[in-house]
Design a protein around this ligand. Structure first.
Ligand SMILES: *[C@@H]1O[C@H](CO)[C@@H](O)[C@H](O)[C@H]1NC(C)=O
Ligand SMILES: *[C@@H]1O[C@H](CO)[C@@H](O)[C@H](O)[C@H]1NC(C)=O
Ligand SMILES: *[C@@H]1O[C@H](CO)[C@@H](O)[C@H](O)[C@H]1NC(C)=O
Length: 282
């Protein structure tokens, strides 16, 4: 405003105060133009500089925001335990030698390896306190654990345990003679088992895509072969398995506990068969 208006010279003595105050704000286009014309290139330059400066500030701010405040996708609170409770560690996987995971896969099939797998999968049947379940699962329902309380726990299995169950099936698939008393050919003819393997493969595929692990894996040259050879070592952020396994164990039950009651078939035994109706195929 002030740059556009200027004081009009006084007309002389006796001018009314009213006139004076009016004239203070009277616009005079000609003299304004004359005054400002020499400054125009200068102010245009300043304006361009200010615009460029503003664009630069916006750009830098945007970069900083993207860098430091990338929108985080929170894990769904329907995870049990709550995602914020989960413990992680950075670890190196794929190291050769006698690791526990290698033993589960390469160990000679037998009672010892079976026991190791059983211990791994033992907390498959997880029970979630009703309040905790209802607070995060919305209107999705599940089977209840018939523990005799007014508001019984819900029966769930955590995705990682379903994946372990699938991996155990594939482990056993590799030794059909030992685990099923079948030859490879006999095993291949079992269409219902093959359907289950495909279900498991699909489930594992979805988990791999879901987790999208981007830890880098290296290659090395084998002087006897042209193709680069992949290495197994990878540094990764992993859930603290000991912690998670302990946590799940503390929230699990065994089928031997006979806590599942079917609305039609009644109480189920450790093989999920109704009592006294062992011939029933589930
Ligand atoms: C459950 O809730 C969702 C929205 O939260 C709704 O779209 C859906 O219809 C509900 N289902 C039932 C069975 O009430
Ligand atoms: C394995 O299968 C063969 C032939 O089907 C049968 O004779 C044998 O008894 C089975 N062995 C076991 C341990 O079930
Ligand atoms: C599981 O329960 C045991 C015994 O109460 C406890 O010492 C341990 O800390 C619990 N594990 C977790 C992960 O909370």
């Amino acid at each position: 405003m002030s740059s556009k208006y200027h004081l009009v010279p006084e007309h002389g003595h006796g001018a009314a105060d009213e006139d004076a105050s009016e004239s203070l704000l009277r616009e005079d286009p000609v003299s304004c133009w004359k005054r400002w014309r020499p400054c125009l290139p200068h102010s245009a330059l300043i304006t361009i500089a200010l615009v460029m400066y503003s664009i630069a500030i916006c750009w830098v701010t945007r970069l900083a925001l993207l860098r430091f405040h990338r929108p985080r996708v929170p894990a769904p609170t329907s995870s049990f335990p709550h995602p914020d409770e989960k413990q992680y560690l950075v670890t190196e996987t794929g190291r050769g030698g006698h690791s526990w995971t290698r033993y589960l896969v390469y160990g000679e099939p037998g009672p010892e390896v079976d026991k190791a797998w059983y211990d791994l999968i033992k907390p498959f049947n997880t029970r979630v306190p009703a309040e905790r379940y209802e607070a995060t699962m919305g209107n999705r329902t599940s089977v209840r654990v018939e523990d005799g309380s007014d508001n019984p726990d819900y029966y769930v299995t955590l995705t990682v345990y379903h994946e372990l169950h699938c991996l155990l099936r594939f482990r056993r698939f590799l030794d059909p003679q030992f685990y099923a008393n079948k030859t490879w050919e006999e095993q291949a003819q079992d269409k219902s088992a093959l359907g289950h393997y495909k279900h498991c493969l699909w489930s594992l595929l979805e988990s791999v895509l879901c987790n999208g692990d981007t830890s880098m894996r290296t290659f090395h040259w084998d002087l006897a072969k042209p193709a680069p050879k992949p290495d197994s070592l990878a540094e990764r952020k992993c859930v603290n398995w000991d912690w998670l396994h302990s946590w799940t164990t503390n929230h699990s039950f065994l089928l031997q506990d006979e806590l599942l009651i079917h609305p039609v078939f009644g109480k189920l035994d450790a093989n999920l068969r109704p009592f006294g109706r062992t011939e029933t195929r589930m």
